[in-house]
Design a protein around this ligand. Structure first.
Ligand code: DQA
Length: 141
């Protein structure tokens, strides 16, 4: 099984960025743990701060991977182009957020991409990504 994780803007700073909200672990450290959990799954990782590059990555993997786990960061709340990219591909996309966006500022309550995604997982810290892998594996409860 091949899963692509895509992180959007400012998520390259995980571990340093607002640790009270996002925790103190870098994504690279977390990814090592996640890969150790799922030796049978190919877990590829891509991060960009540039909206068009996120779209290009969705196009690149979106016809041949089994799933995409997308944390679009702040583009979640603004990007019609990401919504369209998700709709344009075959691979199911799961929207994830580390923080519970619904407990935060009102501008984070609206997602432009949720309606194009298979589902949404938010508010479980880094474990949001693992829960998304579980959902894509679809092994039941
Ligand atoms: C985030 C939530 C977004 O509102 C924010 O802009 C981020 C991170 C999260 O993972 O909690 O950059 O997607």
């Amino acid at each position: 099984m091949k899963i692509q994780i895509i992180n959007g803007p400012n998520l390259n700073l995980l571990g340093k960025r607002e640790p009270g909200v996002y925790g103190s672990m870098s994504f690279e450290e977390y990814l090592k743990e996640l890969r150790g959990h799922y030796p049978d799954v190919q877990l590829d990782y891509y991060q960009s701060n540039v909206e068009g590059e996120l779209i290009n990555k969705i196009h690149e993997v979106g016809f041949d991977y089994d799933g995409i786990i997308l944390n679009a960061g702040a583009y979640t709340h603004t990007s019609v182009a990401l919504h369209d990219a998700i709709r344009a591909v075959k691979t199911p996309v799961i929207e994830v957020h580390i923080s519970n966006v619904h407990k935060r500022e009102e501008f984070r309550h609206k997602s432009m991409i949720s309606s194009a995604c298979m589902g949404v997982i938010c508010g479980f810290g880094m474990a949001s990504y693992r829960l998304a892998v579980e959902a894509l594996k679809g092994d039941g409860c």
